[in-house]
Design a binder for this molecule. Structure first.
Ligand code: GLC
Length: 791
């Protein structure tokens, strides 16, 4: 198609390959990241995901051989041939990925009614021709991960997905082709030589991981440029780190956003909202965030309040704030077509809405009835939308929930040729559909940042690669089904691998009626997922922690309280994530890629490096098999029993027990019990310590700041380092690596598990300590350095 190579040119890190029919560009972004670009649609690379591409100054060689061109970096050898066929090797000459050169040969569908298949949501045409396509030979032992929140299993081998943001109200099932998010990032794990592809194309894209034919896999798009990044590991951690270097990391959120969130479609009128608030405090169940879904608005007009349901929103929110609650309100994109309504009038006057091909504002139907869609691809519109956030901030709203931004439409999909401004370069809907939610989140984030001065809390349903810079995500309208609890685990783990650090699923399920047992098991999972939000739809039964019976309430209380104790650990993970892009909820393979038993582990996950969670996700089960990965030893959180890694064990788990294992050699910082962030000043940090196996050493960094402002970016934070060594007793040192935040802890309480000792000394002086069956406890005032010896 592109023809033979005629010549090459070099321009800084770019190698321009002149083919008979077109010029292709290969750019060495770093020794491990290579961009491949062919201007099939537009001359320039124009990414919506990558805002500041950093091209590393690095040495590489380009040589011309008979059959093609070889680019050699410190890590890779890239061979480029006629027709832009590309093969990539590691520096030792081992093949990593090779273009597939034979004809595609798809499986055949025999007999049957294709229309029924279509209705069931199957892709009927298996060998569709796409304008942009990269076909790779399937190597043996290949596993695939990523692609955002797709349904199904952790490993995507043998499946096919269409990336086209879709609001599909039918129950999510394993074979769904598309959901709300388009994240064209695929991770390939193969013999500890892992790499990823970020296919930066905003049109409808397709990823097939050997479903069409087990001999190859591909990614393709209906239009746009050929523009993808090959990202080499060889570790998955490195692939994820490099991808988030390109597309950005999740900024550190406010601390309260990591607490418990309670939502419902909808807590109205005001008295119902207050009843919910009262219940949490009365029942001694911690909670930080309450949500207002669409019914708080006046006729679903965004940025308004229904004054009958909420006569004094400012006063109501101020009252809630005093009791520690933060209120998050939903704002959908659809603006009601309504003469005299401020937002509509401003939008019309300034041409802020998307139009049909003749320039007439396009209308469809969403919650408010006939509605128009703000054109978030236009900077002027984003600025307007950002300024509108002030309306909500002035009412005392603490965060904004952006929904229906695929964009959803009740009256048929938006036609392909609805026109968008695209910052001055007019384009059709089909080009920017997948970034509509991304730009809405960006506008919302920027508005909240400007008008509150704090770290914005935005939660969005639709997104594209890179949205993590602006927003938290949730997995949309799941159901109160055990299947959906199970499926949420691989969905969240794959979202995490795609840089979407702050993610969660509706706890208890959105549609249908939850059961007491399902909620009990779901809250256990939620305790360890980054976003901890219980949400359900209108006309479903109540689903708050107390909505069933005393036992269910007790289980909810137990786990929500556990979450609040673990907050400093989770906050530490977010602080690291801003710097290294690694997720909070992790598939085991991310940390244990040497252990191939972890590659298909759908129902266990890691919360950071130190906590392994193996939840019970089946009704009626009172025990489950747990795989403990090889290379570490694991301590049962409840019984403190120690197990060697690399084995399956059976863990009994009554309804109130979620199997949790802590890696031997861990510090887990805890807060004292509280009902909400800010209720108590934390003067003493609690360190739950799991010593390493005899002869080993471990360390941990703990981060502390004001929990809400951006001052940490100017150095106003504290960083502590804890080191532990098990060697003829236990030695612990506590030191400060950074000293920038003035509200320091006064002391640290050390709770050391699985030790029996007779003597503890701090900085050489013997101290008294509490002795329990399997642990010891004592507090030490913080100095610049503490040296603790336990014999
Ligand atoms: C959508 C959202 C859901 C919300 C509802 C009403 O279905 O996904 O979370 O409650 O709209 O706003």
């Amino acid at each position: 198609m592109f023809g033979k190579i005629k010549s090459i040119r070099k321009n800084d890190n770019k190698i321009i390959v002149v083919y008979e029919n077109i010029e292709a560009t290969v750019e060495v972004i770093s020794p491990s990241i290579i961009n491949f670009f062919v201007p099939l649609y537009r001359k320039e690379r124009a990414s919506k995901a990558i805002e500041d591409l950093v091209v590393e100054e690095c040495d590489f060689e380009v040589s011309e051989e008979d059959e093609g061109i070889i680019i050699t970096t410190e890590k890779l050898q890239v061979k480029i041939f006629n027709d832009f066929k590309v093969d990539i090797y590691d520096k030792y000459g081992n093949i990593l990925c090779e273009d597939y050169r034979e004809e595609r040969k798809a499986f055949i569908r025999r007999h049957g009614n294709l229309d029924i298949l279509k209705l069931e949501g199957h892709k009927v045409v298996v060998d569709a021709i796409y304008k942009v396509m990269v076909l790779k030979k399937m190597e043996q032992n290949t596993f695939f991960y990523g692609l955002g929140e797709q349904t199904g299993h952790l490993n995507k081998k043998g499946y096919q997905y269409k990336l086209w943001n879709t609001d599909d109200p039918s129950p999510h099932v394993e074979c769904h082709e598309s959901l709300y998010k388009a994240i064209p990032f695929l991770i390939t794990v193969k013999d500890k030589q892992d790499f990823g592809f970020f296919f930066d194309n905003t049109f409808e894209t397709h990823f097939d991981m050997g479903k069409e034919n087990a001999d190859y896999y591909y990614f393709s798009a209906v239009d746009g440029n050929l523009d993808y990044y090959f990202i080499y590991g060889p570790e998955v951690k490195k692939v994820v780190g490099s991808y988030t270097k390109l597309t950005g990391t999740n900024p550190l959120p406010q601390l309260w956003t990591l607490g418990y969130h309670q939502s419902k479609f909808s807590y109205t009128p005001e008295s119902r909202l207050l009843e919910i608030a009262d219940n949490f405090r009365k029942r001694d169940i911690p909670c930080d965030v309450l949500y207002l879904d669409i019914d708080y608005m006046d006729g679903y007009r965004v940025f308004t309040w229904d004054k009958k349901k909420f006569p004094d929103p400012k006063g109501t929110l101020a009252g809630l704030k005093e009791r520690g609650y933060k209120v998050v309100t939903i704002i959908d994109p659809g603006v009601k077509k309504d003469k005299g309504y401020k937002i509509y009038e401003e939008g019309i006057k300034n041409s802020y809405f998307v139009t049909d091909k003749d320039g007439v504002p396009y209308v469809n139907t969403v919650w408010p009835g006939t509605a128009l869609y703000p054109d978030f691809t236009n900077e002027r519109v984003r600025k307007w939308w950002a300024d509108n956030q002030k309306i909500m901030m002035d009412y005392g709203v603490s965060g904004i929930w952006n929904d229906m931004n695929e964009p959803a439409s009740f009256n048929g999909p938006l036609p392909e040729d609805v026109m968008f401004n695209n910052d001055g370069l007019e384009v059709q809907h089909k080009e920017v559909h997948n970034v509509y939610g991304h730009y809405m989140s960006k506008a919302t984030y920027e508005g909240i940042k400007e008008h509150s001065g704090k770290r914005p809390f935005v939660i969005t349903r639709a997104c594209y690669a890179g949205t993590q810079k602006y927003s938290t995500v949730w997995t949309g309208d799941n159901q109160s089904l055990w299947d959906h609890l199970r499926m949420s685990l691989p969905m969240l783990m794959n979202l995490g691998l795609c840089g979407m650090t702050f993610c969660g699923a509706d706890i208890g399920g959105f549609s249908f009626d939850c059961t007491a047992e399902l909620l009990s098991r779901w809250v256990q999972v939620g305790t360890f997922t980054p976003l901890f939000r219980n949400h359900s739809r209108d006309f479903t039964r109540d689903q708050e922690p107390w909505a069933f019976d005393e036992k269910t309430e007790e289980i909810n209380r137990k786990y929500i309280k556990l979450r609040y104790r673990l907050l400093p650990y989770i906050y530490d993970l977010f602080w690291q994530a801003e710097r290294n892009g690694l997720p909070v909820i992790r598939p085991l393979l991310l940390n244990y890629q040497e252990d191939s038993n972890t590659y298909e582990m759908n129902d266990e996950f890691l919360c950071g490096d130190n906590i392994l969670v193996a939840p019970v996700v089946e009704q009626g089960k009172k025990a489950r098999m747990v795989y403990l990965p090889e290379g570490d030893s694991w301590v049962d959180y409840w019984t403190k029993e120690i197990y060697k890694g690399g084995q399956y064990i059976v863990k009994e788990a009554d309804l109130d027990v979620c199997p949790i294992f802590i890696k031997a050699g861990s510090f887990i910082p805890n807060y004292p019990q509280m009902n909400y962030i800010g209720e108590v000043e934390i003067k003493e940090l609690i360190l739950d310590i799991y010593p390493p196996i005899e002869g080993n050493k471990a360390s941990y960094e703990h981060y502390q700041d004001d929990g809400e402002s951006f001052a940490y970016r100017n150095g106003m934070y504290n960083l502590y380092e804890f080191i532990i060594e098990s060697k003829a007793g236990i030695n612990i040192t506590i030191s400060k690596k950074h000293n920038g935040y003035n509200k320091k802890y006064e002391s640290i309480k050390l709770c050391i598990n699985n030790v029996k000792s007779s003597k503890v000394s701090v900085d050489g002086a013997k101290i008294n300590f509490g002795k329990y069956e399997n642990s010891i406890e004592f507090s030490v005032p913080i100095k610049n350095n503490n040296v603790i010896e336990i014999k």
